[in-house]
Design a protein around this ligand. Structure first.
Ligand code: SF4
Length: 610
């Protein structure tokens, strides 16, 4: 029997209009499973340091996993991959909703888009029939309106639509891609890549059964895994009070950055907490396809229509980060970003930087067209979101991300970013493992490639050897962080949500049934390690070295207050221990000549070292 489970990828060249089915080599499926890992293998030779991520040649790959749409635990997800326009590095962004399962039901496990349409277009994939349609009349429309209008035009209410908003069209370098009214591929600016291709939307409808290698084996495992997950304590908290339920504890620990990462405590945290949202404005919960957790929030403000409620990152970014404790304003600011199609972490981080530079006198009202950036000024925050989304005034500079914005004003060291991706809101001064998570993630300062803050809070994975180290421990936890990254890379291969607390023993059984494999837990972890190293090699080929594995200045200065006051991670010591655990060359930062063949990456070893 063959273990080939993935369906073909549809390649679409927007310049020529040509399409072609791409069959994934079976060997690669067995080594990388799917999702971002398999995408890295497929795109490996297409990504180079010379490639302009906003050029027609740049690839954009919408990639499914072997469990996408199978109703396994949190498997309604897919991932978008390419080269990041702000980072110049490997880019991936994991997204939920229903679009991924719909594409699989249409008979494809990926869309690989290159080229650039002459005029704005959208794609309509109805089963195997692809139409390229004019989108000139949709250009400038927000993400919500675009989805509705595309569905109306194609006359198919059941279709699912992925879109960009005005920010993607104008190539804001942290523009996102949205599907299903509020689910976002938020990070790494791949909405700008889509905009650069003049591609406004992709509508999909599929009616096939989604393939599973051994459904008889998979179905009872899926039921059991979902039953356990539904009763899991973390899942219950996520369902009850959402991801923002983490705000109070993070603040208590001094792991919640306040006032653009300069303070470690926020006395009004209760006003913006998940509990507060549940008690005041919450009217419902939403879930991605098949998910039993349902972390999504539906809220109602006064007599206005129901709308999406914000999650943790949006709340902290537009809340404590900007000294704002008005929860309803955060709902509106999050929605404004969604409508433009912009990542709320990068947007709020870059706005925080603007306030910070204003306070330091680096920028003045002359630079902001008269807007006074006094902390807590809600009107100013909203104006900046609009200016960025439209690329007007100072917003045009901010639209290039915090690194370029700060550099423009000669203050690059003030930007809280790693390799061009803005840091999320889990501060390594409160949970030290995040120092390595941010500095070594293949896509810049990412909290999802290893949400190690959970481990620092005490959530271990003993079966994997991921044990507990005190939250301010240092180099001794480096190998643990590497192992956790490998574990999360498995999630990104499948593609699953990091909120799914599925035990490794169950995870490997699900993989074996879904893919026709006979893996052990160690085989599964090795696949994660292989993909992590492959993405590292892609970045090395694009110019990344050890000197780029660093933290911004602000994260290496102690908080003056809060539960972690006075502590900073010994970053260099941690990084050296991490390199040793990874088997990476201490000087160049590349996976070593000896390491790569142990992962089956002989060709990559040749590329990097010969
Ligand atoms: S936990 Fe939330 S984000 Fe994750 S799959 Fe479920 S609904 Fe989607």
């Amino acid at each position: 029997m063959t273990s080939n489970i993935m369906q073909p990828i549809l390649k679409i060249d927007l310049t020529t209009g040509k399409t072609e089915e791409y069959r994934i080599p079976e060997k690669w499926e067995k080594e990388f499973l799917g999702g971002a890992s398999l995408a890295a293998r497929i795109l490996y030779s297409s990504l180079s340091s010379e490639l302009d991520p906003l050029s027609p040649e740049a690839p954009l790959l919408f990639m499914m996993g072997p469990m996408t749409g199978t109703s396994g635990p949190t498997t309604g997800r897919f991932v978008v991959c390419g080269k990041g326009p702000a980072t110049g590095l490997w880019a991936e962004s994991n997204i939920g909703g229903f679009w991924g399962p719909e594409l699989r039901a249409a008979g494809y496990d990926g869309l690989w888009i290159t080229g650039k349409a002459q005029e704005p277009v959208y794609l309509w994939l109805n089963g195997s029939r692809l139409a390229v349609r004019d989108a000139a009349h949709l250009w400038g429309q927000n993400t919500y309106t675009t989805q509705d209008r595309v569905k109306e035009e194609i006359g198919e209410k059941s279709a699912r639509v992925c879109v960009i908003g005005p920010a993607g069209e104008k190539q804001v370098l942290f523009a996102s891609i949205m599907c299903d009214h509020g689910r976002m591929a938020g990070r790494t600016g791949l909405g700008a890549v889509m905009g650069a291709k003049n591609l406004k939307a992709i509508a999909v409808r599929g009616t096939n059964q989604i393939p599973v290698f051994d459904l008889a084996k998979y179905a009872p495992l899926r039921s059991e895994a979902n039953r356990i997950l539904k009763q899991d304590n973390e899942a219950r908290v996520l369902r009850e009070i959402g991801t923002a339920g983490a705000a109070n504890y993070a603040e208590y620990l001094g792991a919640l950055p306040v006032k653009y990462y300069t303070r470690g405590s926020f006395e009004n945290v209760d006003n913006i907490s998940g509990a507060k949202m549940t008690e005041t404005i919450l009217t419902g919960r939403s879930a991605c396809q098949g998910c039993v957790i349902a972390c999504g929030r539906v809220v109602k403000l006064g007599d206005r229509a129901k709308r999406k409620g914000p999650e943790y990152e949006t709340i902290i970014g537009f809340g404590p980060n900007l000294l704002n404790d008005d929860l309803e304003s955060v709902v509106d600011l999050g929605e404004l970003c969604d409508r433009y199609g912009m990542d709320t972490i990068s947007t709020s981080n870059t706005i925080g930087l603007a306030f910070h530079l204003f306070e330091k006198g680096v920028i003045t009202e002359k630079d902001t067209d008269g807007i006074s950036l006094e902390w807590g000024n809600l009107d100013a925050i909203e104006q900046l979101v609009n200016l960025i989304g439209r690329r007007e005034g100072i917003g045009d500079i901010m639209a290039q991300g915090s690194r370029w914005f700060a550099r423009h004003f000669g203050a690059e060291e003030e930007a809280v970013q790693v390799n061009g991706l803005e840091v999320a809101y889990h501060d390594p001064r409160g949970v030290s493992g995040m120092a390595l998570s941010y500095a070594t993630s293949p896509r810049g300062a990412c909290h999802n490639q290893s949400d190690y803050f959970f481990v620092d809070w005490g959530h271990t994975h003993e079966q994997l050897g991921i044990t507990f180290f005190e939250r301010h421990a240092q180099a001794e936890k480096a190998a643990n962080v590497a192992r956790h990254q490998d574990w999360r890379t498995v999630f990104n291969s499948l593609v699953m949500c990091i909120f799914a607390n599925v035990e490794p023993q169950m995870q490997v059984k699900l993989i074996n049934a879904a893919c026709g494999l006979n893996w052990t837990i160690e085989d599964m972890m090795k696949a994660g390690e292989r993909a992590w190293n492959l993405k590292r090699a892609i970045n090395n080929r694009m110019g990344l070295t050890r000197a780029d594995d660093k933290l911004p200045k602000a994260l290496l200065e102690p908080f003056p207050d809060g539960g972690s006051a006075g502590f900073v991670p010994d970053f260099n010591g941690m990084l050296s221990a991490y390199y040793k655990a990874r088997g990476w060359d201490l000087e160049s930062g590349k996976p070593s000549r000896e390491k790569l063949p142990t992962l089956g990456l002989d060709d990559v070893a040749q590329d990097l070292w010969d």
